[in-house]
Design a protein around this ligand. Structure first.
Ligand code: FEO
Ligand code: CA
Ligand code: CA
Ligand code: CA
Length: 624
């Protein structure tokens, strides 16, 4: 009766299964259509006169042609099932789905995809956001395992569907987080098995709930009548790193894990905004009552947060930081303002949802107590104006009519109340270490100017989201007032609008820094290197035809914030997205994640295995 649609990406699955709001506001739709026409006619002009539009779209400058800061020769697109890097660079696999992190774990079994027990001791599925920590001279990676691909993970189950509690436990153990030590030897980089840092965190790992929502009635369950402890973290997508050396993992599409064995169960109205309904993706509710909404209706309020993990202590208890809000968290980009306040930028990856900022009340100084910095602070949502200015709207009790705890649990509703700008799916945010500016990948939004978000907020084309039915994506950049990330006002522009000038002549051709040699769509992962270049990873259409012809497989590009130049550095295997990036402490290796590869990547036969690859220059020079 129910189809798991396991061949779909998580986003495609979510789109199919989320309740879609009715287009019930005729005036809204008309207004959207009008502004779309007006804006598009403006955009055609924009190529030669961005400043006049007031949107500040980056234009090509003479500096772009004059020099390059890139230490590589850009590579062409690919459509095969391998990884490609520039001439003079090499790549190797660091770790694959199912590789044991402990010597008592069995080697991966292509025939079965592993057991619940083996999976709990191994590198998980669908590698995503990651950070590298140097702890006492040891190189330690913390990395997310976003979701499961059941048909791949259960090659012997019909359609990959879990048929037992054991199958559900294996699915749960495939996901979560892995922390492990790595070392570089004669054969390159490898995992240090049995390192005291090695750890798997899954859907069943005990965690603490902290911040304003801890103990609120909505978070209380029969198993946790205090609303302060929870098992597990799920759909861990992007990540972040605090200045005090902890890992932030971000719970994204948590809604899809909950279902109901009683389809007639009545669900709270706010579930609609978050896409929580009686249909689940993995049928957990049939075997694990915690995920059955008819038995545990409050369990979903305990997910959708940023979780802090101490990678230096494998016995530490992860902490859910409710002060950073509850939504489909993509990543958490931290920076410290000049006065010491901690600023965390966060995207909510759903069509027409918002961009957020958290500012701590306390200040950070090295060695000080950091335990309250992510509990006590102010959450804001971004409002972009079409004139190139914007402001952060504080989600306060006065502005929203909600309690502080409610703001932290029903954050989307709070941001709608203050009039935040609906965005084209905010994915990763990255903060430039060399300049007071931050970037957010707005990956794509087929619903722009088509229908409102799940809360009924209209989504007309607007300043940073200038194209209806946007299937290419763009990167918005903002400059806080006085170079201070705690400031409530900012200027913004678009760093790049992806597009295809070989197919389109209008706004869908992309911005001036898009050309035949660097075509891409759907920017998603993003990180700055120590030189201030921005590395961009894509998660888009890799069919290489129609609107996407000439773009090939998903890829990793490098951008220069100053000149706007963007060049292709790596291509991933067909079927995959490239997501997750970090560097070795000596910056001579860049690690990149390959999620949901097709073919038999990387083994050449058998099941495809999501992997982290390590890329080096053949002369072992610094690459970022
Ligand atoms: Fe998990 Fe929005 O990517
Ligand atoms: Ca993904
Ligand atoms: Ca992503
Ligand atoms: Ca994505």
């Amino acid at each position: 009766m129910k189809d798991n649609h396991d061949d779909l990406s998580w986003d495609e699955w979510d789109e199919l299964n989320d309740p879609r709001p009715e287009e019930n506001d005729f005036e809204r739709v008309v207004a959207s259509a009008m502004s779309r026409r007006n804006f598009l006619s403006g955009l055609v002009v924009m190529g030669s006169g961005a400043a006049a539009m007031g949107t500040g779209l980056l234009s090509t400058t003479s500096a772009q042609a004059a020099s390059t800061r890139f230490g590589f020769t850009p590579i062409p697109i690919q459509t095969d099932f391998s990884v490609h890097v520039p001439e003079g660079y090499s790549w190797q696999v660091l770790v694959r789905w199912g590789d044991p992190l402990f010597s008592d774990g069995p080697e991966f079994d292509h025939a079965t995809g592993g057991t619940a027990a083996s999976t709990e001791r191994a590198f998980g599925e669908n590698t995503d956001g990651m950070e590298l920590f140097n702890i006492g001279g040891k190189e330690v990676i913390a990395v997310n395992h976003e979701y499961a691909n059941l048909k791949t993970n259960f090659p012997n189950n019909e359609d990959g569907k879990p048929t037992s509690a054991e199958d559900v436990l294996k699915t749960q153990n495939l996901q979560g987080i892995a922390v492990f030590e790595i070392a570089e030897g004669d054969g390159g980089w490898s995992v240090v098995k049995d390192s005291p840092f090695n750890r798997r965190i899954t859907h069943n790992t005990p965690m603490t709930i902290a911040g304003p929502a801890a103990g609120h009635d909505l978070l209380k369950t029969a198993a946790d009548p205090d609303g302060t402890t929870v098992l597990g973290t799920m759909n861990n997508c992007g990540a972040g790193k605090t200045p005090w050396g902890t890992y932030l993992t971000c719970e994204e599409n948590f809604n899809g894990y909950f279902g109901s064995t009683d389809e007639a169960v009545e669900l709270p109205a706010d579930f609609t905004r978050y896409g929580i309904n009686t249909e689940s993706r993995y049928d957990y509710e049939k075997f694990d009552p915690r995920y059955d909404l008819s038995q545990n209706p409050n369990e979903p309020y305990r997910f959708g947060y940023v979780v802090e993990i101490d990678p230096a202590d494998a016995s530490s208890t992860p902490v859910k930081r409710t002060a950073l809000g509850r939504f489909k968290h993509e990543n958490a980009a931290c920076t410290v303002a000049a006065n010491g306040q901690v600023v965390v930028y966060m995207g909510d990856d759903e069509r027409g949802e918002f961009l957020y900022k958290y500012v701590s009340n306390g200040v950070y100084s090295p060695g000080s107590d950091t335990s309250e910095l992510l509990n006590d602070g102010q959450l804001y949502a971004a409002q972009f104006h079409d004139d190139g200015l914007g402001e952060w709207l504080a989600l306060t009790e006065e502005a929203t009519g909600m309690s502080k705890a409610e703001i932290c649990v029903l954050t989307r509703l709070a941001a709608s109340k203050v009039g935040a700008t609906t965005m084209d799916r905010p994915e990763w945010v990255a903060v430039n270490p060399m300049a007071a500016e931050a970037y957010c990948c707005l990956t794509n939004n087929k619903n722009r100017a088509v229908k409102p978000n799940a809360g009924g907020d209209p989504t007309p084309v607007n300043g940073p989201n200038p194209r209806a039915e946007n299937n290419y994506g763009q990167i918005v950049r903002w400059y806080p007032a006085d170079d201070d990330h705690t400031a409530n006002v900012f200027k913004w522009d678009l760093y790049v609008m992806a597009g295809n000038p070989t197919v389109h002549e209008d706004a869908y051709a992309g911005s001036a820094n898009v050309k035949e040699g660097n075509l891409f769509n759907s920017p998603d992962g993003m990180m700055f290197d120590s030189a201030g270049l921005v590395w961009i990873q894509t998660d888009g259409n890799d069919g290489n035809e129609g609107d996407f012809v000439g773009m090939g497989n998903n890829q990793m590009l490098v951008g220069d914030p100053v000149t706007g130049q963007i060049e292709r550095f790596m291509t991933g295997p067909n079927g995959s997205e490239v997501t997750g990036i970090t560097w070795s402490s000596d910056r001579r290796t860049v690690f990149a994640g390959i999620q949901h590869p097709g073919g038999s990547f990387p083994d050449g036969e058998g099941l495809p295995r999501s992997s982290i690859v390590a890329i080096k220059r053949d002369d072992n020079a610094v690459i970022g």
